[in-house]
Design a protein around this ligand. Sequence first.
Ligand code: GLU
Length: 282
Amino acid sequence: MDIITRFAPSPTGPLHLGSAYAAWFAWNAAKEAGGRFLLRIEDLDQGRARPEFEAAILDDLRWLGLDWDGPIIRQSDRSAAYQSALDHLSAEGLTYPCFCTRRAIADEIANAGAAPHGPDGPIYPGTCRTIPKVDAAARIHDGEAYAVRLDTAAAIARTGAIRWREGSNAITAVPLQFGDIVLSRKDAPGSYHLAVVIDDAASGVTLVTRGSDLKPATDIQALLQRLLGLPTPAYRHHRLVLSADGQRLAKRAKSASIAERREAGETPDMVLEAAKRQLGEH
Ligand code: GLU
């Protein structure tokens, strides 16, 4: 099988040592296998995505010599695909509209005392799961804003156990640790998890490589793949390049920006070597 990998940056800041390493890792995994390396711009967060960051990312990737195959995919062009997946899940009875504002959720969690946390933050307490369908329909009809959530427990009851592969290890997913994730919002037709799954499948990605911070996300993404009848690719989560004091690299941290290293006279090799050195690969 041909190996197809991808690098999927969010254009919310310039490339830094960590994201440059992630790009190289995916590029290298494809090149080693004689496969293809795709580039997808994850620009669904309209509040934070900026065209100038996308331009800077492309410029840095070109400079690093990490050339991609085929056209760039932009998630902002893919709403119709997300909507049809959402319609499918809704027709299967696996979603519900959620009218809670972020504020209402925060208050409810605060009042509950103990708030279970999942990989994406506090778990949604399920407030809107039990709203009778007629009442929900009336509220939508009246123009109330809502998000669509996955009824994760109902979904798991439908699919049974979900497994995915990290290298040669089989991992049993625990999608419930995420609770009822948001699949779409008024201002965003596809949430991160839904969009990733649809786009990886649509582009024929066979090997997802990304930082280990996203390893837990695979549990819920593998569930979505099964629900939507999509193949589950192989996964390789790599360690994160950390700053000298062991913190995650912030996009704003100028010291780590690729552009700044370029201006300081470093070559592409020096930049990639610096990232690998921080990971102890040399
Ligand atoms: N857009 C995500 C990020 O920049 C990566 C998504 C993925 O690789 O699945 O963190």
